[in-house]
Write a protein that binds this ligand. Structure first.
Ligand code: XIL
Length: 448
């Protein structure tokens, strides 16, 4: 243990202050949650969620940052009626209850789809009349159960092929394209307050598929079929935000329906790196800005808010890191891209780094005590070495909490056996005594 000396000289105090001023400012997360930034712009900001995860940090972020929840799987037919006539509402109920407790909307997803249906339904052989009754009853049961508690339903999911023709599904093959109007009409009867959507992917830009959706919505409106909105899923690839996104949102708005970005994620080839994460931030910002630019774009929902809760990694081999939070629930640059497009002013924390700072807490006529503190933020160390060069003949005589050697003017200090670890957000300090004469300038220290 070293003994503390009192009475700092002015010179050493200035040297210490000089070092402190070199210290980087602490990183701050965004002060204003996305949901509040969204409210200020008239946008609801949502995320898909898994009911069982809505506790701890995941629950805290889901509740604090978002004003809308979409059950990722819990409301799909295969989830709610795995056996015909036998229902399981547990996860869907949990999500709706959580949303109400946190002042959030719920987007119901989804009533009619070709995927994630129960096997009793897909394996059955049904007459068109039976299929129609199954459809009617399913919508009456599910939309009826949550009547008044769902802001918007994705009534029909993914009805189109890429070329704009109707997808060949259980519903289309059995009932023709009229199944869409029938489902919308059923949903309106079951829950008159819910906004009714058709939702699809690869319809974000102006293309054959989105034009087919446009023509369908136009014709449904002309026929008086209840249709309130279109959902653009927006499962995008890094650097490939369609240039016609805003124009496409606008043409639907001009048709007299709302638009929601319903399942936004932006995947990249793994591993992620800082260049890709910066591009992803720009992409998230561009999508959010396109929604902000069109009044009738009412909701922007991410399909899972954390990289550990995304469907991307298992669905698109080699791709991932698609969401705004990393697997440890730290906001990524993408998070700040959304925040900035919503008018948020916070800047992202600097990329993780460790640094060393030299100070002189005590100095007397022939000697001084020096300290070096190694700090990490967003990074960590398991061993360290700090080097510097003395410019005025200073000579180290003794060190503690490090092994220091000096050859001529070159000093090199490495960790002791017990303090090589510097955790993320932590620091380690070592000290030394040295001789000086004439002057004692503060050297530039290097960590490496
Ligand atoms: C995905 C879920 O996120 C996965 O957990 C599940 O295994 C498959 O479905 N389009 C949709 C969503 O409309 O329902 C899909 O969700 C993703 C693609």
């Amino acid at each position: 243990m070293r003994s503390l000396r009192t009475g700092l000289s002015l010179a050493s105090l200035l040297a210490t202050l000089g070092t402190l001023l070199l210290t980087a400012p602490a990183a701050h997360a965004a002060d204003t949650p996305l949901r509040d930034l969204g409210t200020a712009k008239g946008k609801v900001i949502g995320t898909a969620v898994t009911g069982s995860k809505l506790t701890g940090t995941y629950g805290d972020i889901a509740g604090a940052q978002f004003s809308s929840l979409t059950p990722g799987n819990a409301m799909k037919w295969g989830s709610v009626e795995p056996t015909q006539g036998s229902f399981n509402w547990a996860e869907a109920d949990q999500i709706v209850n959580f949303a109400e407790a946190h002042g959030q909307q719920v987007r119901g997803h989804t009533l009619v789809w070709h995927s994630q249906n129960p096997s009793w339904l897909t394996n059955g052989s049904w007459t068109p009349a039976q299929l129609g009754t199954l459809l009617d009853n399913h919508i009456a049961t599910e939309a009826g159960r949550y009547k008044g508690r769902i802001a918007a339903w994705d009534v029909v999911n993914e009805p189109f092929n890429e070329d704009g023709t109707y997808r060949s599904t259980l519903w289309y093959n059995g009932l023709g394209s009229g199944y869409i109007a029938r489902a919308l009409t059923d949903a309106r009867a079951a829950d008159p307050a819910a906004k009714l959507y058709i939702n699809d992917y690869n319809v974000e830009g102006v293309n054959a598929k989105s034009t087919a959706l446009y023509n369908l919505v136009k014709s449904l409106k002309e026929q008086g079929v209840p249709i309130d909105g279109v959902g653009l899923q927006a499962h995008l690839i890094l650097g490939q935000v369609p240039s016609t996104l805003q124009q496409n949102i606008q043409r639907f708005a001009d048709l007299g329906v709302d638009v929601a970005i319903t399942e936004l994620d932006i995947r990249m080839a793994l591993p992620a790196d800082s260049t890709k994460l910066a591009q992803q931030k720009a992409d998230y910002k561009a999508v959010t800005a396109a929604c902000v630019a069109v009044t009738r774009c009412v909701n922007l929902t991410v399909w899972g808010f954390a990289d550990s809760d995304s469907w991307v990694d298992s669905t698109f081999p080699g791709y991932g890191a698609a969401t705004p939070y990393d697997a440890n629930y730290a906001p990524k640059p993408a998070y700040y891209g959304i925040a900035e497009a919503l008018g948020g002013t916070t800047t992202p924390p600097p990329t993780g780094a460790c640094s060393a700072a030299y100070s002189v807490p005590s100095q007397w006529n022939t000697g001084f005590t020096g300290n070096v503190t190694i700090s990490c933020s967003g990074a960590s160390l398991s061993s360290w070495k700090v080097t510097w060069t003395y410019g005025a003949g200073q000579q180290i005589t003794q060190a503690w909490n490090a092994t220091c050697t000096q050859t001529g003017a070159a000093v090199s200090c490495t960790n002791a056996s017990y303090n090589g670890t510097v955790p993320d957000g932590g620091s380690v300090t070592f000290g030394f005594n040295a001789n000086w004469s004439g002057s004692n300038p503060v050297p530039t220290v290097t960590l490496g």
